[in-house]
Design a protein around this ligand. Structure first.
Ligand code: FES
Length: 351
């Protein structure tokens, strides 16, 4: 079968082939090409960026793939979240047969990163998607000998994403070990509680000799990273990903009057679009560009996907991520707008 050819620039249009309720607030979708006979190549752990039209605007968001590469369908799972514009839209409106814009798979959180022959896949909630793809990929390769310990945390049994599939993987593959911890383990054999350092050590006594791939909500990830370091893991063999937006560094000021007086302002100038936007210093560049209606794509808003790359040609800024940028691009002033705080008047180029 032929591989799907992504356009050299911009998004492809793919079709929603199927959708099903994964848990009460998560839906899984598959995407396929219009001809439905092309395969999609990616590295397990990578994400795609989806563009959906909501109220006349195209909103972009990144979703990790949970399926195997080189299939005619790509699978991802979307959790409904309070105020989640795109996630709720997809849950409510993306139906079988509808098309949407999709940017090619991307990301550095993937199974081809250097790893030892024993790995720990550690996730919570919807963070399971990329590590599920990694597990499936390693198990699908009969030559591969990697021992996989898959530890997943969720609130309760009904919130377990891919539960039946995980149980089946454990039954079929002696080199796949599954442990699940639930905050409420009523009517299950799983342990109840939170994944503490002691719980991790108990589940996985050889944790220090493993390579870890971690994905989940930001608080969970911070705690797990500290736990793994404290348990002696070699942190050069630790990989993580979380789509959690960066925050601006605007100072907190109490009342509106003193706020106006206290906050310094700067201007974001984009010559190619003829826009000038006044912002409070410390604001994120992406917010300034979006309020000026400059057509910049911000898919992950977390400094991971690289879609919001642009160049600051003049002025002061700081970065909280330069994930997808090369050393040369960094030296030349390229930034990820979602992870770039502005500290003076700046001039920006989108090319
Ligand atoms: S939106 Fe993904 S890196 Fe900025």
């Amino acid at each position: 079968m032929e591989q799907f050819q992504w356009p050299n620039q911009g998004a492809a249009r793919l079709i929603c082939k199927s959708r099903w309720q994964e848990t009460p607030d998560c839906i899984s979708f598959t995407l396929t090409s219009e001809e439905q006979d092309k395969t999609f190549s990616f590295i397990a752990g990578q994400f795609v960026t989806l563009g959906v039209e909501i109220d006349g605007n195209t909103e972009y968001r990144a979703y990790s793939l949970s399926s195997l590469s080189n299939q005619t369908e790509m699978q991802f799972t979307v959790k409904r979240v309070a105020g989640g514009k795109v996630s709720n839209y997809l849950n409510d409106h993306l139906q079988v047969g509808q098309s949407l814009q999709v940017l090619p798979p991307a990301g550095q959180f993937h199974i081809e990163q250097p790893h030892t022959d024993k790995i720990l896949l550690l996730s919570a909630g919807c963070g399971i998607t990329p590590v599920m793809s990694m597990a499936k990929t390693l198990l699908a390769d009969s030559q591969d000998r990697t021992e996989i310990h898959f530890i997943h945390a969720a609130t309760c049994a009904e919130q377990l994403i891919y539960h039946a599939e995980l149980q089946q993987m454990e039954q079929l593959h002696p080199r796949f070990k599954l442990d699940i911890m639930l905050e409420d383990a009523t009517n299950t054999d799983y342990l109840e509680g939170r994944l503490t350092q002691a719980a991790l050590a108990n589940y996985c006594p050889d944790i220090a000799s493993r390579t870890a791939f971690l994905c989940g909500p930001v608080g969970f990830m911070q705690a797990m990273k500290e736990n793994l370091a404290a348990l002696g893991m070699d942190m050069t063999l630790f990989y993580q990903e979380s789509f959690t937006p960066a925050e601006s560094t605007q100072p907190e000021v109490e009342d509106t009057k003193s706020k106006a007086a206290a906050l310094a302002h700067a201007t974001v100038f984009v010559p190619s679009f003829g826009t000038e936007t006044k912002i409070v210093t410390g604001s994120l560049l992406i917010d300034a560009l979006e309020s000026a209606k400059v057509p910049v794509i911000a898919a992950c808003r977390s400094g991971i996907c690289g879609s919001c790359k642009c160049k600051v040609t003049n002025g002061d800024f700081t970065r909280t991520s330069s994930e997808t940028l090369t050393e040369q691009e960094i030296a030349e002033g390229f930034v990820l707008a979602c992870s770039c705080q502005i500290h003076s008047d700046v001039e920006v180029s989108l090319n």
